[in-house]
Design a protein around this ligand. Structure first.
Ligand code: UD1
Length: 368
């Protein structure tokens, strides 16, 4: 019996591992799939809600590391994850995405001689000020196998000298979760509860350090959101980092006073999916939401200088908007006039990426 451990830590990891867990059910006679949750995200709204919405079993291990500086968080995860690896002695470890849990667990596993695969490998923003870019580069540098969501990931890895035999373009696990949950999202009461008509609002999320850790940049965004809200209502589910910084910078009451901006805490997966699907358009700085809007065919403006997911701008519905007031307003005005970017579905974003991954792991990687 083979043993495979998948690691989850922060919000965007849950949607990537839920389909992996389902895909390994087909092989339960030959392989056991174990979920380890590092506890990087620990609020119910940032973690538990996703297990329920994605019908994922409770993790086999919860490491409870919580927040801290990058060094503290990464180090704590490594210490705790090492204990799990000693106890379980798995044949393979799967890490997903680009969060601190991804680099911490891949580094721990590789040094113990355990085969390690990076899921969503090869993505590059070429912006080393992003903590995620460092995590992506470092995780790819030490992993043994690479599962790829879009062709740029493969091109980047080949250019950087990685072995083609170890690279598998299997598609987008995050979209597997979307396909799985789409029907269920039709039953969400979130629009009704908020008194919203379809396509009557803009859905907004911002949480990247580059947008919310700096008071001046956050004020520029708030000024811009105020202007947009005069034309369309903004629905703004907030990441804990964003709430914390708005309060620390004394900006919270200002945004709270605008009745056309509806503030709320982070939402669960199903309600967020319902809001995304029915929005007029989406503004975000998230990595995953760029992909999810492209898969849904919903227009998206990404408030960042760069994207590591270029397929969403090349053929998807996404437009990259360097987040100055002028730039955002120029693009928003186009969208408010319904001059939307049309998009197509990228290759292999069909809801079956994790099935292809599991098949390769069982029949190619773990055969010996
Ligand atoms: C992390 C990921 C980022 C991802 C994001 C999604 C890294 C480097 N970054 O950023 O790529 O897009 O998750 O959400 O791994 N906090 C809570 N409750 C929680 C989690 C966090 O209150 O459950 C607060 C804490 O004050 C913490 C802060 O949010 O200090 C930041 O959390 P952290 O895990 O360090 O990074 P994120 O900004 O969430």
């Amino acid at each position: 019996m083979k043993k495979i451990i998948s690691v989850v830590g922060a919000r965007p990891n849950f949607m990537k591992v839920a389909p992996i867990h389902r895909a390994f059910k087909k092989y339960e006679d030959v392989a056991k799939h174990i979920i380890v949750h590092t506890g990087q995200h620990y609020d119910a709204k940032m973690s538990d809600a996703f297990f329920q919405d994605l019908e994922m079993p409770s993790p086999d291990y919860f490491l409870g590391v919580g927040s801290g500086s990058h060094a503290v968080q990464t180090a704590k995860i490594m210490v705790e994850f090492e204990k799990v690896l000693i106890e379980e002695n798995p044949d393979m470890v799967l890490v997903v995405g680009d969060v601190n849990s991804t680099i911490a667990c891949s580094l721990t596993a590789v040094k113990m001689g355990i085969k390690t695969a990076h899921v969503e490998a090869g993505l590059r923003s070429y912006d080393r000020a992003m903590p995620e870019e460092i995590n992506r580069l470092a995780t790819d540098a030490i992993s043994d196998y690479y599962f790829i969501t879009e062709k740029s990931g493969k091109e980047n890895l080949l250019r950087e000298g990685y072995d083609n035999e170890k690279i598998f373009l299997t598609g987008n696990n995050m979209i597997d979760s979307q396909v799985f949950a789409l029907e269920k999202s039709k039953g969400s009461m979130v629009l009704k509860n908020l008194g919203l008509e379809e396509k009557s609002y803009v859905l907004l999320t911002v949480h990247r350090p580059s947008n919310v850790d700096n008071k001046e940049q956050l004020e520029i965004l708030l000024d811009t959101f105020d202007l947009i809200s005069k034309t369309k209502k903004l629905i703004f589910p907030m990441h804990p980092r964003t709430i914390k910084n708005l309060k620390e910078f004394g900006l919270y009451s200002r945004i709270e006073d605008n009745s056309e901006i509806i503030l709320m805490e982070a939402l669960g997966y199903i309600d967020f999916l319902a809001l995304m699907k029915n929005s007029f358009f989406v503004m975000t700085d998230s990595g995953g939401i760029q992909e999810e809007t492209t898969a849904l065919g919903v227009p998206c403006l990404t408030l960042r200088d760069s994207t590591e997911r270029p397929i969403t701008t090349e053929i998807g519905t996404n437009i990259l908007v360097v987040p100055s007031k002028e730039n955002i307003l120029k693009n928003v005005n186009n969208y408010l006039d319904s001059n939307f970017k049309k998009g197509e579905l990228p290759e292999l974003w069909d809801g079956r990426a994790a099935e292809r991954m599991a098949e390769i792991i069982i029949n190619k990687i773990l055969v010996n």
